[in-house]
Design a protein around this ligand. Structure first.
Ligand SMILES: Cc1cc2nc3c(=O)[nH]c(=O)nc-3n(C[C@H](O)[C@H](O)[C@H](O)COP(=O)(O)OP(=O)(O)OC[C@H]3O[C@@H](n4cnc5c(N)ncnc54)[C@H](O)[C@@H]3O)c2cc1C
Length: 501
């Protein structure tokens, strides 16, 4: 029988995407018959942002067998239970998008429906009070799920704020310990096979040639192989996601260190604030058609909670995705595959999905196309459903204070999002399509938070008598308040378990 197995895999790029991919391949290709080489250039460097994560990163870290406390210490991490959205619906308004459910479904009817009914009766508390993650965020509390049954403390899910460069460093150690070879050097030439255009080698500035059967393009926005070489094409979504620049700057610690990423809407974009153990990460993602780089930089510097630790730096991007993530024998993972907006911290997750799907559709040297087509369709679905969730935040707003928000409020939106909004606006229902990343809770949190108002609630919620509804909702409210009471302070928890400094 012919042996079609891959003999050599080359990962191009050593940012978060490159080292996550290298770590995963090191973990699974442990028979040593496939050599994995990662090429990176210190001179080019990495993007240097990407600090806020979502709970799915735990799946990846567990798959590698990383110890959580060590991960937190080595990446100077803090915990994250929610995103704190400030001034999005309108100036002066605030809501949380928590990493966990609201309340409890009762009698087969969603909590959301009961909350909308109670709200219509004028008796509902703010949504924050019915979510342990949201309430703990507001109170600056944190603990890990304790496995307790019948308590929201049993299933608390969390993510992190990390120093992405330190995470890449940790994964590099992990990968190199599992036979991944690191090759320093700038790639100056890419060689394709004459007969089918497959990439067969790259040449470094030093003249060294690195050959491979499969190439994983983790070269960042430039898409060295997937775009510059294979001309795969890019789907531009910047008419929906206007932000095409970000100015970023770390600063000294100051202000609160709640377990949240704060996203504050600004006149021509939004500002992030990410607490780490040793500093705050900050940035202003903005639309260059609505504010200049200098103005955005000045605006950011005027709104920091501590002294800047370096000069601000500008990042330029276009929202969209590569038409195919996998083309011939090149798989694009990370920014080379696409980038939308940092708003919901989903980019590292998309790296993880790209890796997981690659492992699920792992090729041999025949590169059979049905599996490649399948890979591309699933990645397209991931990107598009996340894109629509992002657009929701910008479109469903009452802000009318600048041309930026006026455009976003009035613009035509994708059909999938339009349907989600229409369904919500009728009976307040939310639905999750197949395995899309964001859950019903996420869609509900943001739809309510951004000020969408349904015409009514699920009629099934009317089956429960008023008194029973009040008692059930009061009980949920009380259980959540009690659970938050027993949680320790966020920074106290870190000091006791995983302090880096
Ligand atoms: C403003 C902004 C904010 C973000 N915030 C978040 C966030 O909060 N959460 C999140 O999950 N994600 C975030 N992201 C995305 C996140 O930063 C990226 O997904 C992540 O850093 C992965 O980047 P990468 O590894 O694909 O690319 P890069 O970090 O750009 O790495 C590219 C690598 O390729 C190498 N390379 C390139 N060309 C060559 C060459 N010719 N020869 C050799 N090597 C080469 C470089 O040296 C480098 O090692 C953000 C992105 C932006 C733009």
């Amino acid at each position: 029988m012919t042996d079609h197995r891959l003999r050599k895999i080359v990962i191009v790029g050593g940012g978060t995407a490159g080292w996550m991919t290298a770590a995963a391949l090191g973990r699974f290709l442990k028979d040593g018959r496939t050599q994995v080489t990662l090429v990176e250039s210190e001179e080019i460097g990495t993007i240097g942002v990407g600090e806020s994560t979502i709970p799915q990163i735990n799946i990846f870290n567990r798959m590698l067998g990383l110890d959580e406390n060590e991960f937190v210490r080595r990446t100077m991490a803090t915990f994250k239970l929610a995103i704190d959205f400030v001034d999005w619906k309108q100036i002066g308004h605030r809501y949380y998008h928590p990493f966990g459910p609201y309340g409890l479904d009762m009698e087969g009817v969603s909590f959301h429906a009961y909350w909308l009914r109670l709200q219509a009766m004028g008796e509902a508390a703010d949504l924050t009070e019915y979510s342990l993650q949201a309430l703990a965020s507001a109170q600056s509390k944190f603990m890990r799920a304790n496995g307790q049954r019948n308590s929201p403390l049993g299933t608390l899910s969390h993510a992190y704020h990390i120093d992405a460069a330190l995470y890449a460093r940790m994964l590099r150690d992990y990968a190199e310990a599992r036979a991944v070879r690191r090759q320093e050097g700038r790639i100056v030439e890419v060689h394709q096979r004459a007969e089918d255009g497959f990439v067969e080698a790259v040449t470094l500035e030093s003249g060294q040639r690195v050959e491979g059967d499969l190439f994983i393009d983790c070269s960042g926005f430039r898409g060295l192989l997937i775009e510059q070489t294979l001309k795969t094409g890019f789907e531009d979504w910047s008419h929906w996601l206007l932000n095409d620049r970000a100015v970023a700057v770390p600063c000294e610690l100051g202000g609160s260190r709640q377990p949240v990423t704060r996203a504050t809407a600004r006149p021509a974009g939004w500002q992030w604030r990410i607490p780490l153990q040793h500093r705050l990460g900050n940035g202003y993602a903005f639309s260059s058609a609505h504010i200049s780089e200098d103005e955005a930089t000045a605006d950011l510097l005027a709104n920091l909670d501590g002294a800047p630790l370096r000069d601000p730096f500008i990042l330029r991007f276009t929202a969209g995705r590569r038409k195919k993530s996998w083309n011939k024998n090149v798989v694009a993972i990370g920014l080379s595959a696409g980038f939308m907006e940092p708003l919901e911290s989903q980019s590292i997750h998309l790296i993880q999905v790209g890796i997981a799907r690659l492992l699920a559709m792992f090729p041999d040297r025949r590169f059979l196309s049905p599996d490649i087509d399948r890979y591309n369709r699933t990645m397209q679905f991931e990107y598009e459903t996340i894109r629509d969730f992002l657009i929701l935040h910008f479109h469903a707003t009452r802000r009318n204070d600048t041309p930026y928000w006026d455009y976003l409020r009035e613009m035509p939106i994708p059909d999938y999002l339009a349907e989600k909004i229409a369904v919500f606006q009728s009976y307040g229902r939310v639905f999750r399509e197949n395995e899309e990343l964001f859950t019903d809770t996420s869609w509900f949190a943001v739809m309510v938070g951004q000020g969408l108002e349904p015409r009514g609630h699920d009629p099934m919620a009317d089956v429960m008598p008023d008194d029973e509804l009040r008692a059930g909702m009061d009980n949920i409210h009380a259980v959540i308040a009690k659970a938050a009471d027993v949680m320790p302070d966020h920074m106290r928890f870190i000091a006791d378990n995983c302090a880096a400094i």
